[in-house]
Design a protein around this ligand. Structure first.
Ligand SMILES: Cc1ncc(COP(=O)(O)O)c(C=O)c1O
Length: 435
């Protein structure tokens, strides 16, 4: 199959090429881009920028523009790097994980009346498409240790209308996928792994995001690695769908069909029951380059985060009201996207809400984080009864309101990590003293 790239230009070597890039970035634009990516202040910084600018102007005089800025060789190189890393034969770089999910949901021909089982705790992106098309969201309760989807509760919630199960590897900790895959095979249900946090995580010798029927990883700026702020890699195990996935990225453009009279061919994408029409989720070349560079450092990044989690665990072991992050084992290797801090509220003399307040006061900031999806206004406005659903997700209610929070693990300095550990220990001790 010919490459699924943007077809509107790229006519190749010719005397008058149809140039892809109408207007290239010039030397002063480029300098602004460098200043944006490497920010600073002060005389030394300004001098360094000036010196770079002189060289960039020289470079500008002897260089040619890239000729192509959207999906092309760089995106392909990033996909190749991901394939090598993940062990996949074809992955598709898309605008973000949410658009990767969308392709999977469209393949399932998801519609009103269909049911999708999602974990009670995740980010709204996991469920946005089913909610948007009026499919019914069914919330599986979570495991109290990992806060990932609990396979036993998934089994209880399967009905004849269940079309998809969406395990989410929260914080980069692999979901127990074997029982989920077994249930899915038994009931002819598609599995979409939300691997947004889990690029590089391993489950029983395999990379997560390569086990379900579909998966998508996120390279949004807060993830372990990024492609200039947005980006996603989608994978599939549906036989024959790999090349369809590439076409699904860009409007269904099909180069394999003969093009007559300069008319190109746009084809529907085969779905599970019927074909679907594709939209546009094309990433840019600069995103491709950014991802390729960071994929090469992924193992190093995971190792650094793991070391930070180990440090926090060793410090927090001092107080048995604190439940440390599970570091995994031979079969389970997380990416340490987030540190899962849990407490036993009875031993701690208070719940996680109180601990979060104390941490904030001490300077360990908090952000709104993953919580019960069914509590979002958009879900209740679409006709769901949060309190009724909560009754079916008791562990989610307990862990969210009383036991867990997420802490950052990204590039923190030793000093910041030490500060965080001290603040947690001091806060729990205060709670235990009734302060
Ligand atoms: C659990 C989870 N799923 C999906 C996403 C969506 O990823 P993206 O922003 O690449 O669409 C995120 C993003 O933060 C996430 O946290």
């Amino acid at each position: 199959m010919k490459k699924a790239t943007d077809f509107r230009y790229n006519t190749g070597e010719t005397k008058v090429p149809w140039a892809a890039v109408g207007e290239n970035y010039n030397a002063s634009d480029l300098m602004e881009i460098i200043r944006f990516l490497m920010q600073g202040k002060g005389e030394e910084y300004e001098q360094a920028c000036q010196a770079v600018y002189e060289q960039v102007k020289k470079l500008d005089a002897v260089s040619t523009p890239p000729g192509k800025l959207t999906t092309g060789a760089q995106v392909e190189a990033a996909e190749e790097a991901c394939n090598k890393y993940l062990g996949t034969s074809s992955s598709t770089f898309v605008t973000n994980a949410t658009s990767g999910f969308e392709i999977a949901y469209k393949y399932a021909n998801l519609k009103e009346g269909d049911e999708v089982i999602v974990p009670a705790i995740t980010f709204v992106a996991t469920m946005a498409y089913p909610l948007a098309v009026g499919a019914k969201l069914v919330f599986a309760d979570v495991d109290p240790v990992t806060i990932n989807m609990n396979p036993a509760d998934v089994a209880r919630k399967i009905t004849p209308n269940t079309k998809m199960i969406v395990p989410v590897h929260i914080g980069g900790y692999p979901v127990d996928l074997d029982p989920i895959m077994e249930l899915a095979r038994k009931h002819n249900i598609l599995v979409l792994e939300d691997a947004a946090h889990a690029f590089g995580a391993m489950y029983k010798g395999k990379k997560v995001g390569t086990i379900g029927d579909f998966a998508a990883f996120s390279f949004h700026e807060v993830k372990n690695i990024t492609s200039f702020g947005e980006g996603g890699i989608a994978t599939t195990n549906i036989p024959g769908f790999e090349s369809d996935m590439k076409r699904a990225r860009f409007l269904g453009l099909d180069f394999s069909a003969p093009i007559k009279n300069w008319l190109y061919n746009i084809t529907p994408i085969p779905g599970k029951e019927k074909p679907f029409v594709a939209l546009n989720y094309s990433p840019t070349e600069i995103q491709g380059l950014g991802l390729k560079l960071q994929v090469a450092r992924n193992e190093e990044i995971i190792a650094k985060r793991r070391a930070s989690a180990e440090y926090l665990n060793s410090r927090l072991a001092e107080n048995d009201a604190i439940i440390p992050q599970d570091l995994g084992n031979e079969d389970i290797k997380p990416t340490f996207h987030l540190y899962l801090l849990q407490i036993d509220p009875d031993k701690a003399g208070g719940d996680i809400q109180l601990l979060k307040k104390k941490l904030e006061e001490k300077g360990v900031t908090n952000i709104p984080h993953f919580g019960p999806l069914y509590r979002f206004k958009v879900v209740s406005d679409m006709g769901y009864d949060a309190d009724e659903i909560a009754k079916t997700c008791p562990v989610c209610e307990e862990v969210f309101y009383r036991r867990f929070t997420h802490l950052p693990l990204y590039g923190l300095t030793d000093e910041q990590l030490e500060f965080m550990a001290d603040a947690i220990l001091e806060s729990v001790a205060e709670m235990q003293q009734g302060k």
